[in-house]
Write a protein that binds this ligand. Structure first.
Ligand SMILES: *[C@@H]1O[C@H](CO)[C@@H](O)[C@H](O)[C@H]1NC(C)=O
Ligand SMILES: *[C@@H]1O[C@H](CO)[C@@H](O)[C@H](O)[C@H]1NC(C)=O
Ligand SMILES: CC(=O)N[C@H]1CO[C@H](CO)[C@@H](O)[C@@H]1O
Length: 437
């Protein structure tokens, strides 16, 4: 089936190097390959065979129309005087609609768009920046009433791999006493756009990539099977408070909470004792000066428009970020000393869901490159704590909180375009490990 045929994004022959494999099914980031010092790493968890994503939901897929949990039932929504009715369908429990409902965007075949000129939610100025990167473009139409959501919605997504600025390489020999050197390997950028195709209505939209990272899994050592020795920083000062059904009920400051203060501590340090491990939504501390909109007027998209929110996001890694540019500072940093790999994320979303895969089951499928058989039911699946899922999106069910009215409410009306980006820079530190060997 074509929707399980991987699409490969790759960079011209650089060593070390990065490549990304995407499946149109659920817009799945199936593999992120990094080649460094003679070893190939795959940074994301998953089954071996693309089709096996059918039996394991939400592994590196997109989530839509609405990430995370909404109370089931009817909600009348209103933005700028336009109203509509959402009837969210149960799937997690009778009370909870999870990740867009029973048949969310994660379980649909996305259409690959072969020509930039067929994209309608990006300007030509924006698409022109992609000539130096390796890109795949996708589209999905969600009909009016899909999973209870109002209005037909067109979604266009671009996934692109950006090459690093060229750096001088130092080749380290055993016994050398040089300082370790950190290299930029490349950046993965995802931009989601959405527009209602039904006039005079409004709908909630909250998309994210539900991707789970383990920077050591390809080392295939026993202690590399969890992320507890990974170092994590999240620029956040509060988490979402939740009720017994995991539905949002407000925020809790994390100032005196060591477990939820991720400022370079190891994930395993102060690891929560309950069965969930980490499964929390962290709201980013206000982080000016970047002010990248999450939606804009659709009138800005006329064919000759100079409107451009893509330029700064696809600049090469290492390019200094302009103080008032359309790109934020990184808000999340994940690294591992054992593999020398580091990920830095920036986004225009308000926060990140951090989940350590504590509900992983040894009967799930673990990739061969991570030391598994790749097949479900063979008893060597990923263990609890085996990944850092980092899902960038807005606080849970934001449109139900009156404080967000007509503001950060995750709603779009028929004359607005939803805009969401996440960029992940991949770095590698060479030297330290070579000299130790
Ligand atoms: C984690 O990384 C940060 C920044 O690179 C560093 O300052 C900190 O010491 C590291 N933490 C640990 C526990 O190694
Ligand atoms: C949007 O999705 C993210 C990711 O799942 C979630 O953490 C966030 O709470 C959602 N936002 C709203 C407003 O529900
Ligand atoms: C990092 C960043 O620019 N975030 C922005 C994303 O969009 C919201 C709403 O438009 C802004 O308030 C944030 O500052």
């Amino acid at each position: 089936m074509a929707s399980f045929t991987p699409i490969l994004l790759s960079l011209p022959s650089l060593t070390p190097s990065v490549a990304v494999e995407i499946l149109p099914h659920g817009l799945t980031i199936n593999r992120i390959y990094v080649q460094a010092e003679g070893r190939t790493h795959d940074l994301v968890l998953g089954p071996e065979s693309p089709q096996d994503h059918l039996g394991q939901k939400y592994v590196n897929t997109i989530i839509g129309r609405y990430s995370n949990r909404i109370p089931t039932g009817e909600h009348v929504i209103e933005r700028n005087g336009v109203t509509a009715k959402l009837t969210s369908l149960p799937n997690e429990s009778p009370q909870v609609s999870l990740h867009g409902g029973p048949t969310g965007f994660d379980s649909l075949p996305w259409e690959q768009v072969s020509s930039k000129s067929d994209m309608t939610l990006f300007t030509n100025a924006e698409l022109d920046h992609l000539h130096t990167t390796s890109t795949a473009l996708f589209r999905l139409v969600s009909p009016d009433g899909d999973q209870g959501f109002p209005g037909a919605l067109l979604i266009e997504t671009l996934v692109t791999l950006v090459a690093p600025v060229e750096q001088e390489r130092h080749y380290v020999k055993p016994g050398d006493t040089v300082e370790p050197v950190e290299y930029e390997l490349g950046s993965v950028v995802i931009v989601y756009r959405a527009k209602l195709q039904t006039e005079n209505t409004v709908t909630p939209v909250n998309l994210t990539q539900h991707w789970g990272f383990n920077l050591d899994a390809s080392l295939k050592k026993d202690d590399a099977s969890t992320v507890k020795a990974h170092n994590l920083s999240i620029k956040s000062d509060r988490i979402v408070k939740r009720d017994a059904h995991s539905l949002a009920t407000g925020f809790t400051p994390t100032k005196d909470d060591e477990a939820h203060t991720h400022n370079g501590k190891l994930i395993g340090d102060k690891f929560p004792v309950d069965a969930n491990g980490y499964d929390d939504f962290y709201v980013f501390s206000d982080n000016p000066p970047a002010q990248i909109p999450k939606r804009f007027a659709s009138s800005k998209l006329s064919a000759d428009s100079e409107h451009d929110l893509v330029k700064d996001i696809v600049e090469p890694a290492g390019t200094p970020r302009q103080p008032n540019g359309q790109r934020a500072d990184s808000v999340v940093e994940l690294s591992s000393k054992a593999s020398g790999l580091k990920l830095l994320f920036d986004t225009n979303q308000s926060g990140v869901m951090f989940y350590t895969n504590n509900w992983a089951n040894k009967d799930g499928a673990r990739k061969k490159i991570h030391g598994g058989t790749g097949i479900k039911g063979t008893g060597n699946g990923y263990v609890p704590g085996s990944a850092a899922f980092l899902e960038f999106h807005d606080p849970l069910a934001a449109f139900l909180d009156p404080a967000n009215k007509n503001d950060d409410d995750t709603l779009i009306t028929s004359d607005e375009i939803y805009h969401n980006y996440v960029r992940m820079d991949i770095r590698y530190t060479e030297g330290k490990k070579s000299t130790a060997e």
